[in-house]
Design a protein around this ligand. Structure first.
Ligand code: ZN
Length: 135
């Protein structure tokens, strides 16, 4: 059973690329064919796949989410972080990536990111691989 947990200490808000950690897990476990699930068990953080070539894209994603989901005086959640909850639901808490020939089938410009919307916090990401023999 191929499963691993990553720990990430975050700042207030940000996208943290975890592609290398996930690729390393695939290599270490000699997984050739399968499906990799990357999941985070938090309600104000998420997982997404997006461009890792131009760092301005990450900056613009955070800027755009801030504009789309600003803090609002009408929010009633007592913790005061409803905007972060909205961003987390928008982004989602997991991604699936196909593994073939021992590699993640990501596009040329794609990277896997952990998204912090309400840090700083100590966060967890779980990687689980279902190898073809299990299916
Ligand atoms: Zn909350």
């Amino acid at each position: 059973m191929a499963i691993q947990e990553l720990k990430i200490n975050t700042g207030r808000q940000g996208l943290y690329e975890i592609t290398d950690e996930i690729s390393g897990f695939i290599t270490k476990n000699k997984i050739s064919e399968g499906i990799c699930v990357v999941f985070t068990p938090h309600t104000t953080a998420g997982i997404t796949i997006n461009e890792n070539a131009d760092p301005d894209v990450v900056r613009d994603i955070l800027f755009g989410l801030e504009k789309a989901f600003p803090d609002r005086k009408e929010f009633i959640h007592s913790e005061g972080n409803s905007a972060a909850h909205l961003k987390a639901s928008c982004v989602g808490s997991s991604v699936n990536i196909i593994i073939t020939n021992g590699k993640l089938m990501l596009g040329t410009w794609q990277g896997i990111y952990f998204c912090e919307f309400d840090g700083p916090r100590s966060r967890k990401v779980t990687i689980k691989v279902i190898v073809d023999a299990d299916l």
